[in-house]
Every structure is written in C-alpha cells, then in structure tokens.
Design a protein around this ligand. Structure first.
Ligand SMILES: [Zn+2]
Length: 425
C-alpha cells in the first residue's frame, strides 16, 4: 500500500507535494519546482483512458498514459474521496466510462486540475485506503499506465489520513491560509509506517514457468500462493503489501525488481515452483542471491530462471556490472546480510510445517534478486518435477499451511530487524 501517510516510500519525489486545501474543498497544490526536472509541459504524457472496476472488497483504477509519469494521492472527506493527480499534458479520453461493478467506488471524474496535472477523483461508498499504486511502462500492445488499488479501511484511519494530508497541505502553504479545526488539530495522524512487502508471483502471461506432467503451470501456482500470502499479511494489519502481478500478466525480471525498488520495499519475496532434472529432489527452499551457487544444480536452476525473459521475447537483463562504487558495494553487502536473515526466518517457520530440501537456505545467481537496496529472497515452494510436491502444490490446505508459515517467518524477520536497529549504536 502506498497511501499518502507513507508516501515518502515513493521514489517519485512527490511525497512532500501531496497536499489538500480545505477552503476550496481540497485542491492539491503542487509547487512549481515540481516541474523543474521536467524539460517542458509539452513533454508530459497524455491521459488516454481511465477506467474503474469495483467490488465490495476491492477497487482498481487504471489510467492509460502515452508515457510513464509521476503521481500523488490524497484522501479527502465530506464526501469521502480519494484524488489521484498525474503529471500530464492533456486528457484525450474519447469515451468516458462508468464504474464497472458495485462496491467501494461509486463514481469517478477525470479533469485537468491545473497546467500539467490531470486529476482523477474517486467517490467512495465507504472509507477506503490505497493498497498499492504504481506506474508501469508500456509493454507489448499495452500503453503505459497508472494502477491504483483500493481496499476498505476503518473510518478512523481514513479520517486520520485525511487529517494528515490536510496537515501536509498546510505545511506546504505556510499554514497561513487555513486554520485547522479543533478536531483536526487535536487528532494525531497515524504516523506508524508499516513495512512494505512486495510479493512476486514468478512467471505469468506468455511465460508459463515450469509445467508439471499433468499440465499445471508454475505461473498459476505462484499466483495462488501470492494472493493468499497477500491476504494473510494485509489481514494482520502489520504490513503494506504489493504484488508485482495480480493476474496472468507477463513482467520482465527487471520490471519486477524495479517495482520493489521504486516503492522502497522493505522485503521482496519471489515465489517459484520450478523443475529439476532429478525428479527425486523435492521440498521447499529459500534462495538469496550470490554469483556462486550453493551447488551445480542451483546454478542450473538460476540459469534456467534467468532465461525466461528470452522465452518471452524480451532481452535477458544484463548481469549487474562489476560494482565499482564502494558505497553501492557496502549497501549490497548489507542487503545480502538482511536477505540471508530473511531466508533463515522463513525456513525456521517452514520447517515444522512442510518438507524442506536438504540445506534449505541456498544461494544462486537469480537476476530477480538483484536489487542492491531491497532485501530479496526467492522461495522455491516445491518442484513441479516431483510427484509429491506436485500433489502438495495443488492442495489448498497445504498452500494455507505454507502461506501461514511464510507470514510467521516474515514477522520474525521484521522483529529481528527491529532488535538490530535498537541495539545498533
Ligand atoms: Zn520459476
């Protein structure tokens, strides 16, 4: 979730610019320097289309753009709304659509709020929060797009977010123009920042991943596990969670890594269920990245995994060039340490629940674990080359057991990072 209370996660540089002004029923204020980095307004993309689908459990806004752009999100009440501003030159929507479905969002409008800024306002039937928001580059026949997912929220936390957004606005405007009401002044906005876990269901779209002899694809298994893991983490109230894909979509390995990096994820978990030539190899394992694989089979596994982008018609990402910069090197080393701690935490909780491989914490050179600034692990849930694993991977109750164990492991990991932070001088 990338809502405005923790918008500082976004590397988009707009965190401080998110603002609402109460006098004019909340208008977002973006300082002029927002455009300083942009060559000119004409270079901004156009909004090509906007559509919203909703159910009572979740809603999704998709804004098609002629190119990638930056965005900011703010919550407003009276009535409850969420506004999304995108840097854009103009709006070129030919046929405005109604909200598809019934649920969280009852209506939406898209209009130019200011020069270089297109605003979408979602009218809410109930308090809601942004679960995740991201911009994707154009892929194949799909244009670049902004995706914003909403889920229901408690009335109190929605109100706190409205107040926080308002406070940010006032800070930006020197606070002179607007005096907060007593209610808003005494309300302490929710300041607790939850760690962001990015779950990456391996493969998708044209890339099926491994295929079991019974025809089951790895991409479907990883997605089912990812969705269940997302739910259990969100329900715990302790994390913000984003998925790299929520349906049968193809993403390059770089796009998966970029999503985690841009959103400053606190943990990246890639889920897989690959095949080994040796069908007797079975059980779950967790990998961290290292150019030196634990053993030759791990190297084969990682090489195969890294090749999937070629299968899908995309260039294989270049291996990170030798790191020259000492700081980057240090950061990478730090991340490797954190990744290793995360892998150990996951394995510790998986151990009593499911069969593990021998030496279940392993290393291999998976490109998808290349982020130098996000602790990253790859979970091989089991192998689609082993009959017992195939049976387990398709059982909902086995999936539940694994997902619960992973959620506990994630909890242990973040607990351990807290202790480390407290002890550190
Ligand atoms: Zn895989």
């Amino acid at each position: 979730m990338l809502n405005s209370t923790n918008a500082n996660r976004q590397a988009f540089g707009f965190a401080g610019f998110i603002a609402a002004c109460a006098v004019l029923l909340a208008c977002l204020v973006w300082p002029l320097q927002a455009y300083a980095q942009t060559e000119s307004i004409e270079d901004l993309p156009n909004v090509l289309d906007a559509r919203v689908s909703t159910t009572p459990e979740r809603a999704r806004l998709i804004v098609d753009l002629s190119g990638p752009s930056k965005f900011a999100i703010v919550s407003m009440d009276g009535p409850d709304r969420i506004a999304i501003d995108v840097q854009a030159f103009d709006i070129k929507i030919l046929a405005p659509a109604d909200v598809a479905g019934k649920g969280i969002v009852t209506g939406f409008t898209v209009e130019m709020a200011d020069t270089g800024r297109a605003r979408t306002i979602l009218t809410l039937a109930q308090p809601a929060q942004v679960q995740q928001a991201y911009v994707m580059d154009a892929v194949a026949d799909q244009p670049a797009r902004l995706v914003v997912d909403l889920i229901p929220d408690k009335a109190a936390s929605f109100k706190a977010r409205v107040a926080a957004d308002l406070a940010a606005s006032q800070a930006l405007q020197g606070a002179a123009a607007v005096t907060p009401s007593a209610d808003q002044a005494t309300q302490s906005p929710e300041t607790e920042v939850r760690p962001l876990v990015v779950i990456d269901p391996g493969h998708g779209g044209v890339d099926n991943g491994a295929t079991a002899p019974n025809g089951v694809h790895e991409k479907d298994i990883t997605l089912a596990f990812a969705l269940d893991l997302q739910k259990i983490l969100i329900d715990s109230g302790k994390y913000d969670v984003a998925l790299t894909r929520e349906d049968d979509t193809y993403l390059t390995l770089n796009e998966r890594v970029d999503l985690a990096r841009k959103n400053k994820a606190d943990l990246f978990i890639s889920l897989h269920a690959d095949t080994f030539q040796q069908s007797e190899i079975r059980g779950a394992s967790v990998y961290t990245r290292d150019e030196n694989a634990t053993d030759v089979l791990d190297k084969v596994l990682a090489d195969g995994e890294n090749r999937y982008d070629i299968v899908a018609g995309f260039a294989v990402p270049q291996a990170t060039p030798a790191v020259m910069d000492l700081l980057v090197d240090l950061m990478r080393r730090e991340m490797r340490k954190s990744s290793f701690v995360a892998a150990q935490s996951l394995i510790k909780e998986l151990e009593p629940s499911v069969a593990l491989r021998r030496f279940p914490v392993r290393q291999a050179d998976f490109f998808v674990l290349q982020a130098p600034d996000v602790p990253s692990v790859l979970v091989e849930l089991g192998f689609l080359s082993n009959a017992s694993d195939i049976a387990n991977l398709q059982k909902p109750e086995w999936r539940e057991r694994v997902v619960e164990a992973l959620a506990r492991g994630i909890g242990d990991y973040f607990e351990s990072t807290k202790t480390t932070a407290a002890v550190a001088p």
